[in-house]
Design a binder for this molecule. Structure first.
Ligand SMILES: Cc1cc2nc3c(=O)[nH]c(=O)nc-3n(C[C@H](O)[C@H](O)[C@H](O)COP(=O)(O)OP(=O)(O)OC[C@H]3O[C@@H](n4cnc5c(N)ncnc54)[C@H](O)[C@@H]3O)c2cc1C
Length: 463
C-alpha cells in the first residue's frame, strides 16, 4: 500500500507499533516455519526476488526479503515505528488518529493493514499461570531457551503446532504434542533452488511470464475446496496415503482426522511430520487438557506429562482484525458496535458507515487458493481507484448498506458444498457460522476488484 501511495505522490504516513517491518514474519520465529506457497508466489509483484534458497522459503528469509523491500524502495522513511494506533475517529470529514504514545494525527483516508493472524490467542486452561518453566505463544518464541536438555510440550495441532513439533523432534528434543483433534497434514519436499533455476529467472524473455501463467492455470483449475467431485476425492486419497507412513496403528488412529480435508487450513510439513512423531523422543497425547501444574500438563483422563518448557501453538484471534484499536465511524458508531451481531464487510476492504476507511485482508478477504501478496495487489489496486474517485469528488467514500448486503448474500450462497462447512472447528468460523473467507475461484477475486461498481458506494461531501 505504501509503495502504491508513494508512486502517485500522495502524502502519507505508516504507523507501526513494532520497531521493525515484517509483521507475521517478524513475530513468528519458531523453528520449522516456512512459507506454504511457492516462495516466488510470496513476492510483492513489484519487487521480484531471484534468490530464494528453497522452493518454500524459511520464515527468516521472508522477513529478510520484506526488510530489503522496505529499504530498497525507500519506504522506511515513511514509517513511524513504535507508534501503535489505539483510536481513530471520523469527525468533520477526516480521520482523527491517536497513538499509544500520546501522539495524534489527522488523515483524509485511514487504511488498516493490521493483519488477520496477528493477535495471539492463549487457551483458557486452569493453572496456566502456575507453570514454573518458560512458557510462551508460538508467535513470541523465546530464543534464550536451549532446545537440548529440556522436555518440551507443544499445545496445538494447527500449522504452527505441527511445524514446531516436527522441528523439535528432528532436533532430538524430548517433545510432547498435545492435540485435541488430528489435522490433515501435507507432506511434501522442499528442495533447494539450483543456480540454473535462479539464473533462468534473470534471463530476459518469457520464463517468469510463463511460470505466472502456469500458476494462474493451476490456481484456476484447482477447485476441490469449492465443489465436491472427483478432484476432491483424489485429494482425500492422496492425503490419507500420507498417514500410511505411521507404523503403529494406535498412533495412526490418533492422527487420523475425523472431518473432511481442507476444512481447516492444512499444515505443511517439509521434513515428514509423520516420521518425526515416530521418533523415540516424540510423543503425541490426544484429549482434553484438564489443567496445568508448575511442572506438568494434566489430561482429563488423569495422564500427567512432566515438562520443562511449554509452547502455546494455539493460534490467533482471527476475528479481531484492527481491534483492539477503537475505530469510530459515522454517528459515533464504533467497530465493536457495528460487528456486535456478526462480522461483515464489503469485499473485505470497506464498511458502510465508515467513510474513507479501508482494510487490507479484512473479513472474507483470505482467498482459498490465491497467495496473499497477489490477493493484496488486487485489493490495493481497487482501493487506489476508490481513493482517486473520492478525491476527485472532494468526498469521503463508503459502500452502501444495500451493496454490502448483496455481497454478503452472494457469499452465503457460495459456501454450501465447500470444504469449510465440513464439520470441523476452524479459525474461519470461530465466532460466526459464515466462514470469513473468499469462497470463489481466483478469477472472480480479480474480476471483483477490477470491476467494483462505483454505484455500490455513497459519497459524503467533506468540503
Ligand atoms: C505463523 C504464520 C504463518 C503463516 N504462513 C503463511 C504462509 O505460508 N502463506 C501465506 O500466504 N500466509 C501465511 N500466513 C498469513 C500471513 O499473516 C499473511 O500472509 C501476511 O503476512 C499478512 O500480511 P499483513 O501485512 O496483512 O499482516 P501482518 O503480517 O500481520 O502485519 C500487520 C502489521 O500491523 C501492525 N499493527 C497491528 N495493529 C497495529 C496498530 N494498532 N497500530 C500500529 N501497527 C499495528 C503489526 O505490528 C504488524 O507489523 C501466516 C501467518 C502466520 C501467523
Amino acid at each position: 500500500m505504501a509503495e502504491m501511495l508513494k508512486r502517485v505522490d500522495i502524502d502519507f504516513a505508516v504507523y507501526e507499533k513494532a520497531g521493525e517491518v515484517g509483521g507475521t514474519w517478524r513475530d513468528n520465529t519458531f523453528p520449522g516455519l516456512f512459507v506454504d506457497v511457492l516462495s516466488r508466489q510470496y513476492e510483492f509483484p513489484f519487487h521480484p526476488n531471484y534468490n530464494w534458497s528453497r522452493k518454500y522459503a524459511p520464515a527468516a528469509e521472508i522477513w529478510t526479503y520484506i526488510k530489503k523491500v522496505a529499504r530498497d524502495r525507500g519506504l522506511t522513511k515513511f514509517i513511524r515505528f513504535n507508534e501503535g494506533i489505539v483510536a481513530a475517529r471520523f469527525t468533520n470529514g477526516r480521520w482523527h488518529i491517536e497513538t499509544g504514545g500520546g501522539n495524534s494525527d489527522v488523515a483524509d483516508v485511514f487504511v488498516c493493514a493490521t493483519g488477520f493472524l496477528h493477535k495471539p490467542l492463549l487457551p483458557d486452561i486452569p493453572g496456566r499461570e502456575n507453570f514454573a518453566g518458560p512458557s510462551f505463544h508460538s508467535a513470541r518464541w523465546d530464543h534464550s531457551v536451549p532446545h537440548a536438555g529440556n522436555r518440551w510440550g507443544v499445545i496445538g495441532s494447527g500449522a504452527s503446532g505441527v511445524q514446531i513439533t516436527e522441528a523439535l523432534a528432528w532436533a532430538g528434543c524430548d517433545v510432547t504434542q498435545f492435540i485435541r483433534r488430528a489435522q490433515w497434514v501435507h507432506i511434501r519436499e522442499n528442495p533447494y533452488t539450483t543456480w540454473r533455476e535462479r539464473l533462468k529467472l534473470r534471463l530476459p524473455g518469457g520464463y517468469v511470464r510463463e511460470q505466472r501463467r502456469l500458476w494462474q492455470f493451476i490456481n484456476e483449475t484447482d477447485r476441490w475446496r469449492l465443489e465436491p467431485g472427483p478432484q476432491r476425492e483424489a485429494m482425500e486419497r492422496e492425503y490419507a496415503a500420507f498417514l500410511d507412513d505411521i507404523k503403529d496403528p494406535e498412533l495412526k488412529k490418533k492422527l487420523t482426522p475425523d472431518y473432511n480435508l481442507g476444512c481447516t487450513r492444512i499444515p505443511k510439513s517439509d521434513r515428514n511430520y509423520y516420521e518425526a512423531v515416530q521418533l523415540p523422543n516424540a510423543h503425541i497425547v490426544k484429549g482434553h487438557i484438564d489443567h496445568i501444574e508448575p511442572d506438568a500438563v494434566v489430561m482429563a483422563d488423569g495422564t500427567r506429562v512432566e515438562l520443562d518448557v511449554l509452547v502455546y501453538a494455539t493460534g490467533f484471534d482471527a476475528h479481531a482484525y484492527m481491534r483492539p484499536m477503537n475505530v469510530t465511524g459515522l454517528n459515533g458508531t464504533s467497530i465493536d458496535e457495528a460487528w456486535r451481531e456478526r462480522i461483515y464487510s464489503y469485499g473485505g476492504i470497506a464498511l458502510p458507515g465508515f467513510p474513507n476507511l479501508f482494510m487490507l485482508y479484512g473479513p472474507f478477504a483470505p482467498v482459498n487458493n490465491v497467495p496473499v501478496p497477489l490477493g493484496l495487489d488486487q485489493e490495493i489496486a481497487c482501493i487506489m481507484r476508490l481513493i482517486a474517485e473520492a478525491r476527485a469528488r472532494r468526498a469521503a467514500i463508503a459502500p452502501t448498506t444495500a451493496a454490502t448486503e448483496k455481497f454478503l448474500a452472494r457469499l452465503g450462497t457460495a459456501f454450501p458444498g465447500t470444504v469449510w462447512v465440513g464439520g470441523c472447528k476452524n479459525w474461519y468460523t470461530s465466532r460466526q457460522p459464515t466462514p470469513v473467507l473468499w469462497p470463489f475461484p481466483q478469477s472472480e477475486h480479480k474480476a471483483f476488484f477490477e470491476r467494483v461498481p462505483i454505484e455500490d458506494f455513497d459519497f459524503i461531501p467533506v468540503g
